[in-house]
Ligand binder design. Structure first.
Ligand SMILES: [Zn+2]
Length: 286
């Protein structure tokens, strides 16, 4: 597990393993361990959500289910024991997908499920060209310095390796106050180019009825309380009927689909999934 982790200052191996601290024999840099895992950040512990949310392929939103399939497909294209880095791994939602691979999960917060806590923009305890796949699953909207993070991830890829990004577009504010951006596909293409990566796949997620459900739920929660008397009764009935209609429409129209971004004329994109490839023969320096 720890074999890939090196001193962020001089890139030497950490050799002195003691129960609480790793120390670099070359330059003396030391990192504290929390439950046996190196913590390179001083992220405030109180930002960690308390309970583990159990989620898997068939649970969660439609977007999450599409994400799951996209990541499974990427994993299936890797050789056994390929080196995978899950950046912003959080509660380890996707860890089980990589059971046949050399998987490392990191986050800026020391969640119990991760292998190390580090902010890659400030500290990089890996050598360049270390990973076959780097995953940024619904992460970059939460990273203020997202360009620096994507560039760092590109450095960490082996030539021919891939950076997998999933990112919401039409999605409400979430995980506040750490929610900074929504990206169009044009921004994602520029982001890839600036990091020296080729866009291999860029898909949009479309779901008109999820937008309808979002509107209905939003009206129930935020508009309805502002009404009174008859107006409220009529609104409640209307919302109830709308929910039934939405369920009916899902049965005939389906509940969302994925299509190559740019091929589908629908401008209401709920999210993007992309696979970016580091050209073989690139030998970038940090
Ligand atoms: Zn060192």
């Amino acid at each position: 597990m720890s074999g890939k982790i090196v001193c962020p200052l001089c890139k030497s191996r950490f050799e002195k393993h003691d129960p609480k601290v790793w120390k670099c024999n070359q330059c003396g840099f030391s990192v504290s361990l929390l439950n046996g895992k190196p913590v390179f950040t001083d992220a405030p512990l109180e930002l960690i959500p308390s309970g583990k949310i159990e989620r898997s392929a068939d649970q969660g939103s439609v977007w999450r289910q599409f994400n799951w399939k996209f990541i499974v497909d990427a994993a299936n294209n890797l050789r056994d024991n390929a080196d995978v880095l899950d950046v912003g791994a959080g509660r380890g939602d996707f860890k089980s997908i990589f059971s046949k691979h050399a998987y490392l999960g990191l986050d800026v917060y020391p969640y119990p499920e991760i292998d190390l806590a580090v902010d890659l923009i400030k500290t990089c305890p890996f050598e360049n060209g270390s990973f076959d796949l780097v995953v940024l699953a619904n992460v970059i909207e939460h990273v203020y310095e997202y360009k620096a993070l994507v560039k760092q991830c590109a450095f960490l890829l082996k030539p021919g390796g891939r950076l997998l990004i999933t990112v919401p577009f039409l999605l409400k504010l979430h995980q506040e106050p750490v929610d900074f951006y929504r990206y169009t596909r044009y921004a994602l293409i520029n982001l890839a180019e600036e990091a020296g990566l080729e866009v291999e796949q860029l898909d949009g997620y479309y779901n008109p009825l999820a937008l309808m459900d979002e509107g209905i739920g939003n009206a129930w929660q935020y508009s309805l309380p502002k009404t009174r008397g008859m107006q409220k009764a009529v609104a409640k009935a209307g919302i109830f009927v709308s929910q039934r209609i939405s369920d009916l429409l899902k049965r005939s129209l389906g509940n969302g689909y994925i299509a190559p971004a740019g091929h589908d004329p629908n401008p209401n994109v709920l999210g993007y999934q992309c696979l970016l490839r580091k050209p073989a023969g690139t030998n970038q320096q940090n």
